[in-house]
Design a protein around this ligand. Structure first.
Ligand SMILES: NC(=O)c1ccc[n+]([C@@H]2O[C@H](COP(=O)([O-])OP(=O)(O)OC[C@H]3O[C@@H](n4cnc5c(N)ncnc54)[C@H](O)[C@@H]3O)[C@@H](O)[C@H]2O)c1
Length: 252
């Protein structure tokens, strides 16, 4: 019960890695609230978990829309009290052409994969500063350090997630608020499945480069997130944690 008495707020918790984080935080004794644009899966997850006796709540919010995010956040705080841990997980891939990409597409993508992290910090930091304690975990990616062809400008956003983590870690550390990045490699989720399905042979090629011969599972990412939210990592701040089965250690 590493997270007893905590209220952990997760973005993008309806499925994939976010869902695994919701489940693991609950297993570790936290109250968990989450937002997502996927209402169907969000509500089904809450119904299942409440039936099992967990304290969990869901609100629909697009993390790129501050008024909507703020309203959802306030309603969740009203249920479970001030947030003690934030997990910025909501994210989308981008496969744009640098010439064809429009201003609007650029802004919409960065609003989700980067700006939303600042927005949740804006919401959660006042309570954390008052409590003189808190933990923020940002889900980055292996693309924060090395990227693959045709992912423009995903590598830029995920590198910036690591930079934002350092800014928050350095500036908020004296309040005992720790901020860290978890950078997954290939993890089998609906997002990855869509990418794998888009081209014949992609699954085989992706597996062939994995040092462990397989992709990661969402719960293997969640375990590291839970550790970084807990007091077991009480002196870990401003850092990034590769959880990629060794892929970023491998030279082509
Ligand atoms: N799956 C991987 O291999 C992998 C690897 C590296 C990093 N990541 C990162 O992990 C995070 C989760 O990825 P995943 O694979 O679980 O994706 P996923 O698409 O399976 O799940 C993401 C969840 O976020 C939600 N979401 C998307 N945009 C949103 C928005 N604007 N507002 C609120 N919710 C929104 C989706 O509805 C979905 O429920 C992302 O930040 C992604 O970049 C994933």
């Amino acid at each position: 019960m590493k997270l007893a008495h905590q209220h952990v707020f997760v973005t993008g918790g309806s499925k994939g890695i976010g869902e695994a984080i919701v489940r693991d935080c609950l297993a570790q004794g936290a109250k968990v609230s989450f937002v997502d644009i996927d209402v169907l899966n969000g509500e089904a997850l809450v119904a299942e978990l409440r039936k099992a006796g967990h304290s969990v709540a869901f609100a629909k919010a697009d993390v790129a829309n501050f008024p909507e995010l703020e309203a959802a956040y306030k309603s969740l705080v009203a249920q479970f009290g001030d947030v003690t841990g934030v997990v910025n997980n909501a994210g989308v891939n981008s496969y744009a052409d640098p010439v064809e990409m429009t201003d609007e597409q650029w802004d919409a993508f960065f609003a989700i994969d980067l700006k939303a992290i600042w927005l949740t910090a804006k919401l959660a930091l006042p309570g954390m500063r008052k409590a003189h304690k808190g933990a923020i975990v940002n889900i980055g990616s292996i693309h924060g350090r090395l990227t693959f062809p045709n992912f423009f400008p995903y590598g830029a956003a995920k590198s910036a997630v690591m930079g934002l983590t350092r800014n928050l870690g350095v500036d908020e550390g004296h309040h005992e608020i720790r901020t860290n990045t978890v950078a997954p490699g290939y993890v089998l989720t609906p997002l990855t499945q869509g990418w794998l399905d888009a081209e014949p042979g992609r699954l085989e090629r992706s597996l062939a480069i994995q040092p462990m011969g397989r992709m990661g599972r969402p719960d293997e990412i969640a375990k590291v997130v839970t550790f970084l939210l807990s007091d077991d990592s009480s002196f870990v701040n401003g850092s990034d944690w590769a959880v990629d089965g060794g892929l970023s250690a491998r030279s082509a």
